[in-house]
Design a protein around this ligand. Structure first.
Ligand code: ZN
Ligand code: ZN
Length: 352
């Protein structure tokens, strides 16, 4: 049996439609038929093959061990078609796939933080074939999180944008329940962060974006305020809107300008969690760290237990569905280009 997939065969060139042999699941592996594959901003970096480290320096995907051809797609929902002899999962089950696989055997992985494994990164859609395909082989049944009756196209983005924002907001701790979170970036990830924050019983969010459309969308999605990050008095506006400075900043952009603005807007004891991969570098007076007792840290996707928690919130009805636009798998190239051009509000999910 063969199936179609859309793969990066050369960085920065259109994805190529390929017919590849459909794998036979062995051991505890599971073969799923893709029912939804989210198009994520990080797919653009993988497609281009490079991250910007600032000052003219770059980190290439090749340095990270990514080899071509690669079928991207790490936000995958699917229906179990066939399970290997050691997998107990039933054919027909609907699931979302946890894609951030590590070696599975080191202490970090055993602790359930495979996304932080330093032994071997095996992420689906990055280091092994992902969801821009009719079928996906999942290396172990434990990575298939049961969706029950949740809509697969709606649930697919939980695997990346969902768990990324959930994990980052968890790092900000209980303060999110009594003080608004400043969210840098009102795009697809910002929209998800608003929804996840509400499901976590957050106090609310102030969204900062340089794009008027995105600010409008953020307000419609329930943000307490939306501020133009390019305004000369942006930090003053944030300090006012937060009633004296931000206790928590979730930076979904990760650019020098947004992190700088976040630091300028923090109150004493405030914390910034950087998730975005826009790139650039940061010049920070070190005395700020102790004198303002500030925290600055990064967060990379999320763990399998966190994805399970998030799916449970969705099943309980606390996590409201985000705006999803369905497009055909054959439109993968156009979907990526539109995302790169900033034309997407919400999330695009490819369906077969
Ligand atoms: Zn992603
Ligand atoms: Zn590991």
């Amino acid at each position: 049996m063969q199936h179609a997939c859309y793969s990066v065969t050369a960085h920065n060139h259109p994805l190529e439609r390929r017919e590849v042999p459909t794998p036979e699941p062995k051991g505890a592996e599971v073969l799923i038929r893709t029912t939804g594959a989210g198009v994520c901003h990080s797919d653009i970096h993988i497609w281009e093959g490079v991250y910007d480290l600032g000052a003219g320096n770059t980190l290439t995907l090749k340095d990270r061990g990514v080899t071509l051809p690669l079928t991207m797609g790490h936000e995958i929902a699917g229906e179990v078609v066939k399970a290997g002899p050691e997998a107990k999962i039933k054919a027909g089950a609907s699931c979302v796939v946890y894609p951030w696989l590590g070696c599975g055997e080191c202490a970090t992985c055993k602790r359930g933080e495979e996304n932080l494994c330093t032994v071997k990164a095996r992420s689906i859609g990055v280091f092994q074939p992902g969801g821009y395909a009719e079928y996906v082989l999942v290396p172990h049944e434990r990575y298939c999180v049961d969706l029950g009756t949740l809509d697969p196209a709606q649930a697919a983005p939980l695997a990346c944008s969902g768990v990324t924002t959930y994990s980052a907001l968890k790092k900000l701790g209980p303060r999110i329940k009594d003080q608004p979170v400043v969210i840098m970036g009102g795009g697809g990830l910002g929209h998800m962060a608003l929804t996840v924050l509400r499901a976590m019983q957050g106090k609310g969010a102030i969204v900062v974006d340089i794009d008027a459309e995105k600010r409008k969308a953020a307000l419609e999605a329930g943000a307490l305020a939306a501020i133009d990050g390019a305004a000369t008095d942006a930090s003053k506006q944030i300090i006012e809107a937060t009633g004296g400075g931000a206790a928590s900043v979730l930076d979904l952009v990760g650019a020098s300008a947004t992190v700088g603005l976040g630091i300028a807007s923090l109150k004493k004891g405030g914390e910034i969690v950087v998730v975005g991969l826009y790139g650039g570098e940061l010049k920070l007076p070190l005395v700020y760290l102790p004198l303002r007792a500030m925290g600055l840290r990064g967060s990379y996707v999320g763990s399998l237990p966190e994805l399970k928690e998030l799916v449970a919130l969705a099943q309980a009805g606390s996590l409201k569905p985000v705006k999803v636009t369905r497009r055909k798998l054959s439109e993968a190239n156009q979907a990526l280009s539109d995302l790169k051009a900033g034309k997407v509000v919400g999330r695009v999910v490819l369906v077969p």
